[in-house]
Design a protein around this ligand. Sequence first.
Ligand SMILES: Nc1ncnc2c1ncn2[C@@H]1O[C@H](COP(=O)(O)OP(=O)(O)OP(=O)(O)O)[C@@H](O)[C@H]1O
Ligand SMILES: [Zn+2]
Ligand SMILES: [Zn+2]
Length: 802
Amino acid sequence: MLIAKVIVDVPTSQTNHSFDYLIPDHLTELVKEGVRVSVPFGPRKVMGFVIGIADQSEFNKLRPVDQVLDMTPVLTPELLELGKWLADQTVSFYIQAYQAMLPQVLKAKYKKEIESLTEDPLPYGLDKLFAGRAVIDFDEFVEREGNYRDLLKSIHEGIVQINYMVQSKETVKKVAFIEPDKELYLLEEALIDLPKNAQKQRVILEYFLNDPLPVQKSKLIQQCNTTASTIKALIDKGLLKSVEKKLYRNPYNDDSFERTTSLPLSSQQKQAITPIWQSIDENMNDVFLLHGVTGSGKTEVYLQAIEKVLEKGKEAIVLVPEIALTPQMVRRFKGRFGGDVAVLHSALSPGEKFDEWTRIHKKEVRVVVGARSAIFAPFENLGIIIIDEEHETSYKQEEQPRYHAREVAKYRGEFHHCPVVLGSATPLLESFARAKKGVYQLLEMPDRMNEQEMPPVEIVDMREELHQGNRSMFSRRLLEAVKLRIEKKEQVVLFLNRRGYSTFVMCRECGDVMKCPACDIALTFHKSSHQLKCHYCDFHIPMVRNCPTCESDQIRYFGTGTQKVEEALREAVPEARIVRMDVDTTRRKGAHEKLLNQFQEKKADILLGTQMIAKGLDFEDVTLVGVLAVDAMLNLPDFRSSEKTFQLLTQVSGRAGRHKLPGEVILQTYSKEHYAIELASQYNYEQFFLQEMQMRKNFHYPPYFFLTLINVSHPNQLKAMEVTKTISRLLYKHLSDSVTILGPTPSPIERINNRYRYQCMIKYRDEPDQRKVIRKILRHYYDEIQKNDLTIQVDFEPYQLM
Ligand SMILES: Nc1ncnc2c1ncn2[C@@H]1O[C@H](COP(=O)(O)OP(=O)(O)OP(=O)(O)O)[C@@H](O)[C@H]1O
Ligand SMILES: [Zn+2]
Ligand SMILES: [Zn+2]
């Protein structure tokens, strides 16, 4: 008997290896690499992934595989290997890595059913099992010992299919379709007999005479510009009928997208795309960094690169940050490639996601556009991977496995011998440094497509406002500009940094921010101890009363929520119609789109929002962009805070004047002289890069040094601190002498859900053994993690330092 090597769904360090199981005879043809099985594990049955088949085992008394959960493998051989690599890289369990690659529906134990797709009797033993029913439970099939071989054959012949019962209601969405109920010549006769005033009915009949296939009712209404009652009239006459049909839950109806064709490329686009085309042609595994200003036409470059890939019969993955995956963005890809595109977005329901994934798995599409996890699309013939806005932090997963989509993309690019394209107007510093060194190929697109200059940026010094007696959050200049736009019936985007976390201390008089002398990180105010603390090292001082620089008592901690700004704005500009977009107003499904539409249709003058409005949006009448509190972002306790500010300001400014009307940007800040602000206002990425690199070099940050963040949490504060201390000690002992261990120190957010959080950080240049050492440490705490409330999180090259 053959042996299956199975990774079981028991995520602990003691079970993080494959277990051997016998493959019973009746399952031999089904148990393959990449298939999920159910296996006995101790007293229970658990799910597992088959990662290999062997003909012998070094263990005796193997237990048999209990059930097969998939008729075809859900993980390709490439993804099985990738999973191992991913788990090693992120120090997570194999099972976590495999599950991260699959849609949720396949992670949970959803019920399955078998559906007959034919009216004819089913062949083999199946007909008896079905006993006249169209659908039976998969469990019933197993209990009555149905024949797997017959089932598999029938699936391949397309006469039965397996449905996952995601949510009983949702699984199969049925929709009303309209189709002719009479022979076409009878429809034609009816058309002639129609009274003259029945113009609306005429249109519908003509539609079907042209194309007699069933059509979705809603689509018919749209296409014929008609109403349900007109259709009903024709149904009542017996000319048409309504039938319920099953529909893939295709959340983006392909037909509603207007088809587009390739635009003739501009000369800078041509220059950028030529090496990419060449790389596609020659199956090269190049990594390109496409540095193009906002509005330079990067998306068109992506589209035409993909076109080339499809011509070669290969497939493409496009990653877009979650918040930029707007209907506008989807439209651009579906418009070009129509039904060949699957979209994977976290706002889809589990059932919808599963449908989209299934279309990829069945090779019904060749392009996938999606957020982070779309990088695992089970394509087997990849021709290109594109990551738009490559600097976005949402490409890093913030739970185990803590992978970065860029690294996975590079792995897959290497496997498939295909190019990887990273695109951004403000590349991550590390990426640009790599491009400068020649590790990536740099492609530059410095000009906007519409040949307009980038909108001018005006910096308003809020200290000056204060001196002039203006204590409100809006400068006089900004208010005046907003009012002018409303008068001219143009639109305004007002941008505020995300709400909540902002406890840095700043002098409103001179703009000085209290920083750690060793780490160059803004100190954080801790109410409980009334102290200012650094969150990288353990530097701390008592909270100050007066500004150490100018002695003023205007020193305070900072932070304003969008809601408060909205209230103040309504007061200041009562005539404005305001749409507010933040986590609170967009929580409900579809809310995001609704608010944007409201603004698009010019039912509002001002769009006020957080990060989520900074990207991808493209409105013709927006001529003013205001940024209210740059300082909150500039002073996050994060060594990337300057870079993030620069990126954000560039993105936000890119929202203005994208079309015919010229745009203008107003930045309000207390730190006018800060290089991130000054250089962002000049759109000078290159200079910013040089200056920021110098800072990184001086304070030993990436890309000169790397970081590993270890975060410990426990309900007992003392315990959390103790464990972090011990870990730091162990790291010192076992890592090379060249590392620096920062901390232990409380995390910037000290307590979440009544758990105390402490952290330490490894700063290193080259530490090949660190993963081994860290795994050992984690194993050392195994019992406590199991029994206790202790958690230890390890994040390599972290992006979230909270
Ligand atoms: N070759 C072309 N000919 C005509 N118009 C083009 C061409 N390429 C792009 N455009 C248009 O120029 C505008 C800007 O292009 P696009 O949105 O692709 O830029 P982008 O670099 O992706 O911008 P952002 O970074 O802001 O998203 C779009 O309206 C697009 O349709
Ligand atoms: Zn001061
Ligand atoms: Zn410090």
